[in-house]
Write a protein that binds this ligand. Structure first.
Ligand code: ASP
Length: 336
């Protein structure tokens, strides 16, 4: 496998988010930050028309979440609304448009966490639930457990009356083509099985509401050619998702195996809570320090209890956006 650190170094250090770092903590601005996946997203990767589609969908997701916050709604509801918008879009690797497993199936993972209570819900290997993030929330709010897997998760969704779809619902032609290409590359031994396709589209959101509560959520189809039973970081609380009003809310995207081993989301919040770091410094330490040292690639969105935010990644790009009562309203794809 190509060393991702070397590959990403060529694109420099890419961060954004200091804009909000100096906000007045006495009047916290409601804020939502989203991502739509990190990876090999260099300028020229998409046509201007395709870029416009991505940006429009990111704005739609931001608006869906922000409208709730603006009305005095809960951070959890804003996170769920933003993620559902992206799950329903074939552009992203979550819900409709998820990548294919080695067996040619779509197996979805999601998690959500409430920073006020530290309650959390997660699902992995879901195959029939239209919006896995809604199921994660059901697990959090209407079960005594934190995580459901596979058939049990699908069954729980039915019991809770969530929208159920045929597995074919998740199919998209472009993901099927990527799957076939990945198989071909692997056969020709030009690439390692799982190294190349975490580039588009896991989705996530973090939000701060008018009551000062934080929430985080993440949803994905995982990585192309993932083996049967593989669980990535997305449904792992502390790796793919974490939220605590005492520190911050984080949603991750990238090569999940590294994010699990480094408990990336929790590590960032721990650095904020115990070491008094800013969300941006903590995120940089983890993404440009620990993750790169291990050879992993990806990014995070982080929102602090004080309203400061960071979007940090060591890949060439990350679909991302922020909308805040402080006046920030921005989306981006590449590391500019
Ligand atoms: N983190 C996801 C996983 O490993 C993939 C991604 O974020 O692109 O399943």
């Amino acid at each position: 496998m190509k060393n991702p650190v070397a590959a990403f170094a060529a694109f420099g250090i890419l961060t954004l988010g200091s804009v909000a770092a100096a906000q007045d903590t006495a009047a916290l601005p409601v804020t939502i930050v989203i991502h739509g996946g990190a990876g090999a997203l260099a300028p020229g990767r998409y046509t201007p028309a395709k870029e416009a589609q991505f940006i429009a969908k990111l704005n739609e997701a931001l608006d869906a979440g922000y409208a709730i916050l603006e009305d005095g709604g809960a951070a959890l509801d804003a996170v769920e609304a933003a993620i559902v918008t992206m799950e329903d879009s074939p552009l992203f690797n979550s819900g409709k448009g998820a990548v294919f497993t080695r067996d040619g199936k779509n197996e979805l993972d999601a998690s959500i966490m409430d920073g006020a209570t530290l309650n959390a819900g997660a699902v992995t290997g879901v195959t029939t639930v239209k919006n896995p993030i809604r199921l994660a929330r059901e697990v959090m709010e209407n079960s005594v457990h934190v995580m459901f897997a596979g058939n049990g998760a699908d069954k729980f969704a039915e019991q809770q009356g969530l929208e159920i779809v045929e597995p074919e619902y998740f199919y998209t032609e472009h993901r099927w083509k990527s799957y076939e290409e990945a198989l071909k590359r692997e056969k020709e031994q030009k690439d390692s099985a799982i190294s190349h396709d975490f580039k588009y589209g896991t989705v996530g959101a973090v939000a701060l509401d008018a009551s000062g509560n934080l929430a985080a959520g993440t949803s994905t189809g995982g990585m192309t050619l993932k083996n049967f039973g593989r669980v990535g970081d997305t449904p792992i609380i502390g790796a793919g998702t974490f939220a605590d009003n005492k520190s911050c809310a984080v949603s991750s995207t990238g090569h999940g195996e590294y994010f699990i081993r480094l408990t990336i989301a929790r590590d960032i919040c721990a650095q904020v809570e115990y070491a008094g770091k800013t969300v941006e410094d903590a995120a940089k330490d983890v993404i440009h320090g620990r993750l790169e040292t291990l050879g992993g690639g990806g990014g995070v969105i982080v929102l602090g209890a004080d309203g400061a935010f960071a979007m940090v990644f060591n890949t060439p790009g990350m679909f991302r956006g922020v909308k805040s009562a402080s006046g920030v309203n921005t989306t981006a794809i590449y590391g500019d």
